[in-house]
Design a protein around this ligand. Sequence first.
Ligand SMILES: Nc1nc2c(ncn2[C@@H]2O[C@H](COP(=O)(O)OP(=O)(O)O)[C@@H](O)[C@H]2O)c(=O)[nH]1
Ligand SMILES: [Mg+2]
Length: 433
Amino acid sequence: MKPADDAAQQALDAVRDSLRDLIDDADTPSSVREALQAEYSDLQTLWQKLEGNELHVAVFGRVSVGKSSLLNALLARNVFATGPLHGVTQRADTDQWTRLGDSAVRVFDTPGIDEIDGQGRERLAAQVARRADLVLFVCDADLTQLEYAALAQLAATHRPLLLILNKADRYHQAERARLLDRLRERTATLLQPEHVLSAAADPRPETVVRIDANGEETESTRPRAPDVAEVAARVSEILEREGLLLSALNAGLYASEVSDTVAARVADIRSTAAQRVIRGYCLGKGLAVAINPVPLTDLAAAAALDVSLVFHLGRIYGLPVTRHEAGRLVGVISLQLAALMGAVWAVHAASSLLKTLSAGLSVTVTALAQGSVAWYATYVIGQVATRYFVNGRSWGPGGPKRAVNDVLSLVDRESILAEARQALTERLRRQRQ
Ligand SMILES: Nc1nc2c(ncn2[C@@H]2O[C@H](COP(=O)(O)OP(=O)(O)O)[C@@H](O)[C@H]2O)c(=O)[nH]1
Ligand SMILES: [Mg+2]
């Protein structure tokens, strides 16, 4: 093996393994897998492609330009349905073509880009671009606006791309040369000029005129063989030169895209679960504090609830902590909180005292105030702990002080307290009924 091939093979192996890891990752929740079904199936296809050292070639273009005919001519077999009617090819089809060294080259037929709506077209282009190592963009005349836009979209994916002027038999030599020049000129920013070629995938029969011994003319037709030699040679050359490496790079690029999407989804799911759990604990602690008549034990009970919350959050983020560690975390956070919002804690303590002193009428009011403050404190502890877990069990550069400070500046205290008061009032009323 040449060193370059060696490097390509190494890249290929690395990408193939990372695809496998992504597909098999046991930490990915099944709900994420279900939501990203299409992506996972693409990953599986890409993995198989790399595993089998497959190279994929796809055609792209308007309906009836001869995409299916071109593939048949390249395969020298009539495997793809062709015809003058619109819509002969309904979906992306595949067939094995040939072998190039260690690689199996598979070709993909596609429906015409003018047969599907804009969104479907973009999806098709993205799908084709994702799995094709080489795209043959087929046209049969100068490019329409639609064709130009689709070609530009494909070129932007940096796949190797050939623009093929098919039905060359319909043009005289000079006319064909002019058309090719025109195409090269228009696509100069998208393609190299040598990547614009002509072909006759399914030429119409020739008319031959014979003059017999008596000088009489008879006209007959003679079938013409496809002329795709130039295209076939360019395809082989591109695939041989850069096929495997490109295939690995493309798959790697796609895998990292999917992996980012998966990470974002997982983060979303965790964040939703975390916020739900935090709210549950806020309510639990708010009620416990509001109802519990003995001020000192309600503080202890409250702290135990916060420890449970942190313990629970660690599990949601797949970073379980022991109760002891959770307790330590709550301690660190509470300390920062006390330092940063002494005033609020003072209210907490004062109302705790008030609850013992006041009797009868004021109990509900102070209990509510105290419960709301407890709710707020748990809310902040929950947010800070969430941050800590999102950061992979780290406070980040500024340490716990900065983390608590950041959360405090993001949280709208008044609205949290208002929410707490409302939820607690409702619960307390229901309890009294
Ligand atoms: N004159 C001529 N006709 C062609 C050529 N290639 C394909 N065709 C005809 O164009 C029509 C559409 O071909 P098809 O391959 O089904 O087009 P697709 O819709 O792009 O797949 C068919 O009738 C083909 O016989 C060619 O090189 N020259
Ligand atoms: Mg077709």
